[in-house]
Design a protein around this ligand. Structure first.
Ligand code: ADP
Length: 399
C-alpha cells in the first residue's frame, strides 16, 4: 500500500512516500522551501535508492508548488511511481486537534472545520495543515486522507496536569495545556519499549524531543501524563528561537511599560528568544556550541541555559512520574549531541542513572547509551514521525 505523508509548516512542506509492505524506509522524500526567494520555491528530493534532485519553481502559490512536488514522483530524475493513481492514502501531520480530536481520524468536512476553528490556537501551523489537505484534494481527487494530530498523545493527561491555575473559566474556554510533538513522543516511547523488550504500559519514561522546538513528555501506563509545552508550543524548555517558560509578569511589564502589542510579543517570544535571543547569533545548536567554544560569553550562556532548562524540566517531569525506567533523546539535538547527552544526564546519579564510560558516539541505529549497571536506561532514538503517520493511516483505513 502506497502512502504519502505530508508535513506542512509555515515555511516548508515535507513529504514522504512509503510502501507500507516494505517497511519504514521511505521510497521517496521531498521538501519544498518557501523561503528560497520571495518569488520562487525550492525543491529537494531523494529516493531510497540514492537518487537526488534539486530544482526551483517561480511560484509562491501553494497548490502549484505542491502539485509540482508530487509530479516529481512520476516524472523527474527521482521518479518512483508510474502514476499518481498509485497513491492510496495521504496522511497529514496536523499540529492542533484541540479537545475534540484525541486520536488520528479520517479527514471529513467536519474535521476540516475543526482544524479551521483551531487556527487561533496554532496560527503558524493549522492553516498550513488545512491548506495541505485541500491541496491534496485538488491534486489527487478523492484519495482518502487521514489527520494525525500532534496534540493527541497528550489528550489523556490527568486534569491536574492539563489545567492551568488561572480562573476556572479557562477550563470551559479550552485554555489549557495541550502539549505538542505528540507524534514523535508516542513513536519514541513505543520504540523504546520494543527495544527494551517490555510492554510500554509497564514502563515509566521521559521522552526528550530536542529539535528547533523542544519538549519533554512523562509517559506512564502507555500515555503521556505530563508534558512541557502548553496551550501553544511556546511553553516549557528553552528552544532554538522560542523562550520556553518565562514569568508571565515579564509580559505584563513589557505591555504596561514598553507598550508592546500582542504581535510584537508573539515575534519576540517565538522568533527572537531562546538560543538565538541569548547568543545574539543563531537558533542552531551546532553553531551556538561552536561559537561558545571560540570564546563567546553569550553563546556559552545560551548553551548553559539550555542545559539548565533541560535538567530543570526533567526534574519537573520526574516529580509526578514516580520512577524512571528510561530517558529517551530524540530529534536534531537529542539524536546528535553527545555533549547534551552527557550534560543532561550528569546530575541523575541519585536515580542510579549512569552513562557508558568513555567517549559517547553517535550512531545511525537507535542505541542505549547507559552503563550496563545503570538503573535507568538512556536511549537515543531516531524519531520517525512520517512513518508513525503512515502507520496510523493504514490502521484507520483498515478499520
Ligand atoms: P526541527 O525541529 O526544525 O525539525 P531538528 O529536529 O532538525 O529541527 O533539529 C535542529 C537542531 O538540531 C538544530 O539546533 C541543530 O543545530 C541541532 N543539531 C543537529 N545536529 C547536531 C549535532 N551534531 N550537535 C548538536 N546539535 C545538532
Amino acid at each position: 500500500m502506497k502512502i504519502l505523508v505530508l508535513n506542512a509548516g509555515s515555511s516548508s512542506h515535507k513529504a514522504a512516500l512509503f510502501d507500507f509492505e516494505q517497511g519504514q524506509t521511505a521510497l521517496w522524500r521531498a521538501q519544498l522551501d518557501w523561503t528560497h526567494t520571495d518569488e520562487a520555491v525550492e525543491l529537494k528530493a531523494e529516493t531510497a535508492d540514492g537518487r537526488e534532485h534539486q530544482d526551483v519553481l517561480a511560484t509562491q502559490d501553494k497548490v502549484q508548488g505542491l502539485s509540482w512536488m508530487l509530479n516529481q514522483l512520476v516524472d523527474s530524475p527521482v521518479q518512483v511511481l508510474p502514476s499518481l493513481d498509485a497513491i492510496q492514502a495521504v496522511g497529514h501531520r496536523v499540529v492542533h486537534g484541540g479537545r475534540d480530536y484525541q486520536q488520528s481520524t479520517p479527514v471529513t468536512p467536519a474535521v476540516k472545520d475543526a482544524i479551521k476553528a483551531l487556527f487561533p490556537l496554532a496560527p503558524s501551523h493549522n492553516p498550513a495543515n488545512l491548506q495541505g489537505i485541500e491541496a491534496m484534494e485538488k491534486i489527487l481527487g478523492s484519495v482518502p486522507q487521514v489527520a494525525v494530530f500532534d496534540t493527541a498523545f497528550h489528550a489523556q493527561m490527568p486534569a491536574a496536569a492539563s489545567t492551568f491555575a488561572g480562573p476556572y473559566e479557562w477550563v470551559e474556554k479550552g485554555i489549557q495545556r495541550y502539549g505538542f510533538h505528540g507524534i514523535s513522543h508516542r513513536y519514541v516511547a513505543h520504540r523504546a519499549a520494543d527495544l527494551m523488550g517490555r510492554d510500554l504500559k509497564d514502563l515509566k519514561l521521559i521522552t526528550c524531543h530536542l529539535g528547533n522546538g523542544c519538549s519533554l513528555a512523562a509517559v506512564r501506563d502507555g500515555m503521556s501524563v505530563d508534558t512541557t509545552m502548553g496551550f501553544t508550543p511556546l511553553d516549557g524548555l528553552m528552544m532554538g528561537s522560542r523562550s520556553g517558560t518565562v514569568d508571565p509578569g515579564v509580559l505584563i511589564h513589557l505591555m504596561r511599560h514598553e507598550h508592546y502589542t500582542a504581535d510584537q510579543l508573539d515575534t519576540l517570544l517565538n522568533k527572537e528568544s531562546g538560543l538565538k535571543g541569548i547568543s545574539g547569533l543563531t537558533n542552531d545548536m551546532r553553531q551556538v556550541s561552536k561559537v561558545a567554544e571560540q570564546g563567546s560569553d553569550r553563546a556559552q550562556l545560551a548553551a548553559d541555559m539550555f542545559i539548565h532548562s533541560l535538567r530543570r524540566h526533567i526534574g519537573a517531569m520526574l516529580g509526578n512520574l514516580g520512577g524512571l525506567d528510561a530517558l529517551v533523546f530524540t530529534a536534531g539535538i537529542g539524536e546528535n549531541s553527545t555533549a547534551i547527552w552527557q550534560a543532561a544526564c550528569a546530575n541523575w546519579d541519585c536515580l542510579g542513572l549512569a552513562l557508558q564510560s568513555g567517549e559517547l558516539q553517535r550512531a545511525k541505529a537507535d542505541q542505549d547509551i547507559a552503563a550496563p549497571e545503570s538503573k535507568v536506561r538512556v536511549w537515543v532514538i531516531h524519531t520517525q514521525e512520517e512513518w508513525a503517520i503512515a502507520q496510523d493511516c493504514v490502521k484507520i483505513l483498515a478499520a
